[in-house]
Structures are given as C-alpha cells and as structure tokens.
Ligand binder design. Structure first.
Ligand code: 5RP
Length: 223
C-alpha cells in the first residue's frame, strides 16, 4: 500500500468509528494536513448525518466548505464529541508531536474542547521516543529571538520556519535535536516561556485513540 492509501484507510476507519454516534446535533472538530484532508473527503460522504464541523485552520475550513459541510466558530459550540486529526509523531501512549503544518495552536484548542480525540496516521508516524521530528513552537513575532535563546537553554536547536505565518499571525520555531523522554514536562516548560503561544507536544491532552495505517491493515491503539 502507498502512504496515500494508508492515509485514506485510517481516514475511513475514523469515519466508521464516529458514524454510529452522530446525530443531527453533532459537531465534529477537524484537524489539518494531508491525512486530515483524507478524513474530510470521507466525512463528506456522510455529511447529512451530523450538524456541522469546527475547523482547526483556514485551509481545513475551506476544504470542509467546498464539500458543502457547515463550519462553525468554536465559540458557538458548547459541546463536541469528536476531534479527528493527524500527527507528525506518536508514541505508544499517544503523546503526539503536531504542527508540521503550523496549525498546532488551533488544533490544541479544538482538541481541548472535544470529548474524544481520534488520531489518524500512517505507520511511519509511530516512534519509540518523540523528537526526531522537529517540535514546532508558535511564538509572538517580537519574542522570536528571546524564545529561541531559551530553547537553546533547554538543549535544542531552534530554526525559524522562514516565510511562514500562522493563521494567528505568529511565527514558528522548529526545535531540532530533542530526545523527548518526558513529553508532559517539556510541553509545560516550553509553554511557560514568555512569548510562546503553545508548542506542538500533545501530552497533557494526548489522543484517546489512534488508527494507525500499516501494511497489515489499520491497527487501533488506545491511551
Ligand atoms: C498540522 C498537523 C498535522 O496533523 C501533521 O503535520 C500531520 O500532517 P500530515 O497528515 O500531512 O502528515 O499537526 O499542523
């Protein structure tokens, strides 16, 4: 199977997982990236079975709307059963690195609201220890150099993602060279730095279930 076929398989697995729980009142949180795009395309086929979606990025909102799916602002949503999104890395406890597409802050906010976070990924994303993928850190523009110096102090090598501005008008520092043995602790340490909006570690709010696309079919992992 190609990587694209694995992404489509996990996207369909997520739709099959949530479909029995949907009513016309259901609001679904939707992530960002190529795997999330596969999910949107699969979700479109059952668009008459739920109420609306909340998007974690402008790009996702555009794709949802192109399928005729109603998109709501998160502030208008009192309750969300499911958030479905991809990841850049996951460990077996479903701690994640996200933000390769730069949407980490909105993704983290929507994930925080959802009762169940369903992660979908191909098998290349499952790792023993997080950190081979550079950890994205969203920073307020004027704090970029200050935060970069502090990240060096934490033992990493921050690299400014050139030419990229987040949907929130901020910058991304990609943090290389970290062996993340305690993801909760590092998530907290980085978030405490003044000028950091958030970082791409999802350890305080990990995924609840991971559909992992493998050559032997879709495997299910739970946290
Ligand atoms: C975007 C993300 C994505 O979920 C992550 O980058 C995975 O993307 P893809 O499914 O394209 O591999 O966190 O900010």
């Amino acid at each position: 199977m190609t990587q694209d076929q694995l992404k489509q398989a996990v996207a369909q697995a997520a739709v099959d997982y949530i479909a029995p729980h949907l009513t016309w009142e259901s609001i679904i949180g939707v992530g960002t990236g190529s795997t999330a795009n596969c999910f949107i395309d699969a979700l479109a086929k059952i668009k008459h079975t739920f109420g609306a979606a909340v998007a974690s990025s402008e790009a996702t909102a555009t794709r949802l709307k192109s399928h005729g799916i109603n998109v709501l602002e998160l502030n208008a949503v009192p309750h969300m059963s499911f958030y479905v999104d991809g990841a850049d890395e996951s460990d077996i406890h479903l701690n994640l690195i996200k933000g390769g597409g730069g949407a980490l802050t909105r993704e983290k906010i929507v994930a925080a609201v959802a009762e169940t976070f369903v992660c979908i990924a191909d098998e290349s994303k499952l790792v023993g220890v997080l950190g081979a993928f550079p950890l994205p850190v969203e920073v307020i523009p004027m704090a970029r150099s200050y935060v970069a110096r502090k990240l060096v102090g934490l033992g990493g090598e921050p690299v400014w993602r050139q030419g990229f501005v987040t949907d929130n008008g901020n910058l991304i520092l990609d943090l290389y060279g970290m062996d993340i043995v305690d993801p909760k602790d590092l998530e907290q340490q980085i978030n405490q730095l003044t000028g950091v909006v958030t970082n791409g570690l999802f350890a305080h709010r990990p995924a609840d279930i991971l559909f992992l696309g493998t050559g032997d079919g879709v495997k299910t992992l739970t946290s």
